[in-house]
Design a binder for this molecule. Structure first.
Ligand SMILES: Nc1ncnc2c1ncn2[C@@H]1O[C@H](COP(=O)(O)OP(=O)(O)OP(=O)(O)O)[C@@H](O)[C@H]1O
Ligand SMILES: [Mg+2]
Length: 355
């Protein structure tokens, strides 16, 4: 609607200018012609005022002004249609290419394109950009999921084949090993489900009023022995505060952060703090190093992002832990942050509104 009104206003304005120009041309030139004829060549005027036959000068004047008027009208119409039609044609052409599957197609934004036509071109280009990005994401996700599922399934298949062929003894240790791999697969599938639910806005949380510090202590009963065994020392700075949250999901996020400390940080102090500032509550986990490369820190909460060192070490993680942490933070109406810690390593923070 806006497009029509804007462009039709421009067309009306241009037409009015053309009409005004032609009328002025006719009026001024006729005034000039008769002034000249009366002053300098009165003999060329019709001697009989009732004779309506145009003189040769008048015929020339009529032909010349008609010609100039047509040129003015054609030039104005051409200019106008170029400013409107060139961008529209470009969008139509690119749209056809996008429909045929070429998501790299972009419309050309001409310099003098009219406001709305130029807006249409840039909106179209933004949409094409988004589509291309989504397509790249889809391809990346499919490849990453296939890659992550292949390893545990190959291991399971090899083990089960070994047991069937009598190569492995089907004892308790063997089944325990199989169970560990199945649990790993289960976790991977659950992480993928969480991230997918969060991305589609369907992550359901059961929010209740809960004490954040007692939820943290519950997690630590489980995680502390493992952290201590790996050489970490806990430092707690907890503010007793009732907050609105889904306790199970908050415990899950904290566990993922502590699991990361155990896997990726150098042994030393791990500080866990909870605080309420203003209307926001914050849960932080900090370690002493080695920190996260700033380039990775920008995308560390995206799925399947892992540090170079982690990949070189052939780390067992899939790079979904922090994507789940972010999904939980966003589900709570808050955000997940990663920045350097004063302890020398990384600070991960989950924050969300208190009420
Ligand atoms: N505390 C930390 N110190 C240093 N690097 C970290 C820390 N936490 C995360 N990272 C880096 O961020 C990457 C992404 O972490 P994320 O938890 O998403 O995946 P992961 O731990 O590799 O795998 P998963 O959690 O799925 O088992 C890690 O691979 C690691 O390189
Ligand atoms: Mg992790």
């Amino acid at each position: 609607m806006k497009l029509n009104s804007g462009i039709s206003r421009q067309i009306s304005l241009s037409m009015a200018l053309v009409a005004l120009g032609i009328i002025l041309l006719v009026q001024i030139s006729s005034y000039a012609l008769y002034t000249y004829l009366i002053r300098h060549s009165p003999e060329f005027m019709n001697s009989d005022p009732l004779d309506m036959t145009p003189t040769s000068e008048e015929v020339i004047w009529l032909v010349v002004t008609t010609f100039i008027s047509v040129v003015i009208a054609v030039t104005a119409a051409g200019k106008l249609s170029r400013r409107i039609l060139a961008p529209l044609n470009s969008v139509a052409e690119s749209l056809r290419r996008v429909a045929q599957g070429d998501l790299t197609a972009r419309a050309t934004n001409y310099d003098h394109a009219m406001g709305e036509a130029a807006q249409l071109v840039s909106d179209f280009n933004r949409m094409a950009e988004r589509l291309q990005h989504m397509e790249q994401e889809r391809v990346f996700w499919n490849a990453a999921i296939a890659h992550e599922l292949r390893t545990p399934v190959t291991i399971l298949r090899g083990r089960l084949q070994g047991i069937t062929d009598g190569v492995f003894v089907p004892d308790q240790a063997q089944f325990q090993n199989l169970l560990t791999h199945v649990e790993g697969l289960g976790r991977l599938i659950e992480d993928l489900r969480m991230v997918a639910l969060a991305e589609s806005g369907h992550l359901a949380l059961q929010k209740v009023r809960a004490s954040l510090s007692s939820e943290i202590e519950t997690v630590l009963q489980l995680a502390d022995p493992l952290l201590q065994a790996a050489g970490f020392r806990l430092e707690l700075d907890l503010t007793p505060q009732a907050v609105l949250c889904d306790p199970m999901r908050i415990r899950q996020a904290l566990l993922a952060l502590l699991e990361n400390v155990r896997k990726h940080a150098t042994p030393g102090v791990v500080r866990i703090s909870s605080l309420a500032s203003g209307s926001t509550c914050r849960l932080r986990v900090e370690d002493e190093g080695p920190g996260i490369d700033p380039a990775l820190a920008l995308h560390v909460f995206d799925a399947f992002q892992r540090g170079d060192q982690t990949q070189q070490r052939g780390g067992s993680g899939s790079g979904l832990g922090l994507a789940v942490v972010k999904a939980i933070a966003i589900g709570h109406g808050g955000q997940a942050i990663c920045r350097p810690s004063k302890l020398g390593g990384t600070l991960f923070e989950l924050n969300w509104p208190l009420a």
